[in-house]
Design a protein around this ligand. Structure first.
Ligand SMILES: Nc1ncnc2c1ncn2[C@@H]1O[C@H](COP(=O)(O)OP(=O)(O)O)[C@@H](O)[C@H]1O
Ligand SMILES: [Mg+2]
Length: 355
């Protein structure tokens, strides 16, 4: 990553988010994220459930929960998103960023046809109706929806989950935002449909030069469609790496754990493997490395001192033992496929979702 690069489309600088709990206590959720996404680039935001991935997207789109306090900078196209007001904020949300959630069925009015939904969305975003109809047909076709004219006359209940998710993605892409925020967009779909929908979305967004921040708990999936990967743990980015490095030689012990959690495709396991130990929340982690309690190569500074950032040829990592890991000196303690145990009780957070 080029730090402070002028060509960055999205820049998160020391992004922090606190929420106020029911008891009135302030809970940190994000604790200083630094990340850039260049125009047209796809970056995966990967981590276990509860690590802060969705909240990061919500900060970018200014959709944080009531009472949340955001600190640091969110810059899109050089503009500070947190300073946008009124008409500018609406325009930003409707035309510059596109947001796709896991569950489209709840986001589409069941009483309206697919065509009404697509055209209304386009009209809200200032597109002319005829142009919108043409672009809806075009984008639906490119998302693999056959007979799009007929589909546009149907109601949401007549479409499968996979088709509806294609429609949702089409509705966002037809407006040609500069940045697609995709929050586990295919997690609810079966594995084959998931791969198809992702591949089509990726081709389309590359053709239109739309950048993407892709949230998933599945590191393998992220490396398949993204140029770079940012790994999130307890409200912090612990590692940023190009996809190749993330897939073959990540540095952070947490990233290595995530990588080795992927069950072999050909095998059906009774239990999905997870990294040993329980994820800590941003609120409960202390001053040192948040992963220290689960880390197989922890040393005493890990408990007390924030790990410094180390830039290397494949990315950036925050780990006290990064240099030793890069040199291969800890391979016997940290094999790429070894830092894993099968859970003895119900699968822990993050291992629950179907892959
Ligand atoms: N609406 C909300 N209000 C307050 N806290 C929330 C809200 N949604 C999520 N959180 C908390 O924020 C943290 C990060 O959540 P989230 O970003 O949804 O995680 P992820 O998407 O990585 O699974 C979690 O500890 C979660 O409990
Ligand atoms: Mg989430």
């Amino acid at each position: 990553m080029t730090p402070g690069s002028a060509e960055a489309l999205l820049s998160l600088r020391n992004l922090r988010l606190d929420v106020t709990g029911d008891d009135g206590d302030i809970r940190p959720i994000l604790r200083g994220l630094d990340l850039t996404v260049r125009a047209g680039e796809a970056v995966g935001l990967v981590g276990e459930s509860g690590s802060g991935k969705s909240m990061t997207l919500r900060c970018i789109a200014r959709l944080t929960p009531p009472g949340a306090r955001v600190g640091g900078d969110v810059l899109v196209g050089g503009r500070d998103v947190n300073r946008l007001r009124g008409k500018d904020l609406r325009r930003f949300r409707q035309t510059e960023v596109g947001y796709v959630f896991q569950d489209s069925r709840s986001a589409i009015n069941p009483m309206h046809t697919i065509g009404d939904f697509l055209l209304e969305t386009a009209r809200d975003r200032g597109q002319d109706v005829d142009a919108a109809r043409a672009s809806a047909v075009d984008v639906l076709t490119r998302m693999g929806v056959s007979d799009p004219e007929r589909r546009m006359r149907q109601y949401p209940f007549e479409l499968s989950g996979g088709l509806l998710q294609r429609v949702m993605i089409a509705s966002v892409i037809m407006v040609q935002p500069v940045l697609l925020l995709a929050d586990e967009p295919t997690t609810a779909l079966d594995v084959t449909t998931q791969a198809d929908v992702l591949a089509l979305t990726d081709r389309l967004r590359r053709d239109l030069r739309i950048a993407m921040l892709f949230v998933t708990h599945d590191l393998d999936l992220a490396t398949a469609v993204c140029d770079r990967i940012a790994v999130v743990y307890a409200g912090l980015i612990v590692e940023v790496a190009d996809a190749e490095t993330a897939r073959r030689a990540p540095v952070h012990p947490y990233t290595r754990g995530l990588l080795s959690c992927r069950p072999p495709l050909a095998t059906r396991l009774d239990r999905i493997p997870v990294i040993a130990g329980t994820p800590v929340s941003a609120t409960d982690s202390g001053t040192g490395c948040p992963f220290a309690g689960r880390c197989p190569v922890r040393i005493s500074p890990c408990d007390t001192t924030p790990p410094p950032a180390l830039e290397h040829v494949g990315g950036r990592v925050h780990c006290h033992r990064a240099e030793e890991i890069i040199a291969g000196a800890l391979d016997h303690e940290l094999p790429l496929t070894g830092a894993v145990t099968a859970p003895t009780t119900a699968p822990a957070q993050g291992g629950r979702d179907e892959r």
